[in-house]
Design a protein around this ligand. Sequence first.
Ligand code: SF4
Length: 421
Amino acid sequence: MSNFAEQTYKMNTDNMKGYSYDMGPARPPSEGAARSLLLRFTRRCPWNRCLFCAGRRGRVGQKFEYKSVEEIKGDIDSIKGIYDQIKAASVKLGHDGKVNNTVLRAILRGNPDIYGDSVDSQEIENRYQALVHIGNWIDSGEKTMFIQDSNSIIMHTRDLVPALQYLKKTFPKIERITTYAMAKSISKKTQEEMNALHEAGLSRVHIGLESGSDDVLAYMQKGATSAQQIDAGQKAVRAGLEVSEYMMPGLGGKKWSRENALESARVLNEIGDADFIRLRTLKIRKGTPLYEEYKAGNFVLATEDEMIDEIELMVQNLNCNSYLISDHIDNLIFEIEGQLPQDKDKILKVIADYKSMSAKERHSYKLRKYSGHYRGYGNPSAEIDQLIENAWSSVEGNKPDAEAKVEEAILAMFNYQSFTT
Ligand code: SF4
């Protein structure tokens, strides 16, 4: 009797279109947690000018590319071919259509011509990644899908609609299709176009509001005005999409700190019914134009505590119907969370509790919190460890430079590890 762990499955490649497909790196953390199917409808960012943007600029390069509807359908066909073979392998090996490592390993073992050394190493990596990714997606229930990269909603609606329809037709179990979207691109579409996208299957958009202040938006070269942000948010909500607006405390620096809070509240109130307001506190990354501005003294970074004041001021002025959430390691206080307007006092109490701590307690909290993330990534740097130690020494000794040392250590930590934006 053969050992179960040594089972193999020879794929039937007759109807397979490809063994890999076009999957990019960019996706929100929530889509990673849901193990959503990832597929690029476009490549990279069509704007690529925001001064603070490190993630997508660094990870996917500069040049934006549209894909034709045929190319997207070809990728969907490739996914389907791999999907069918994973399912067939599972049934044949006695796993009843369920996917686990045994099934995936049996496929890898049974198809050395596809996953073996004779194939170009990058292509092997792509094939392996596609197999595991689709296997994980099946295992997660095949319900969620994320359209990459940074702004595929820029596609003509006449292209996006058939691509979405083909996706839904090919994988009818998908219940939720999400994408990132620039406010400007949504704003350029008519309400009817947004409705058509929702009808074709698009269910969620993540919009980079960043700030409601026109001064901040212009300085950061966000490529959208507050009026466009409002228009885009309202259109998406009216179309029936679930909308997440990403707001960045600190993006105005010290200069526009109050404006960032008050104007963001104004815009979010005008949008009114965005489902989520997601906080992404500014962390300046090396290699971004904003870092150069900061080094040149043209952008004065607000402190972590000033950014908490900013969040407090914004929350005090919010009267929309949105769920506010602090769901990223860039944020200091994860407990800032609740449904507005009813949880406003609860959220403000969390902030007040933080602010009621002594300076020493607050600095210790910041150091503990961020160095925990930093160490969680492993492979710490001696230089940064020293900065953290210096900061602890100043905090413990109640020295006047304690806050500055803590801020210096935080900046270094976020620039050492490639935390996502
Ligand atoms: S923040 Fe978004 S829109 Fe701006 S450059 Fe980065 S990916 Fe593009």
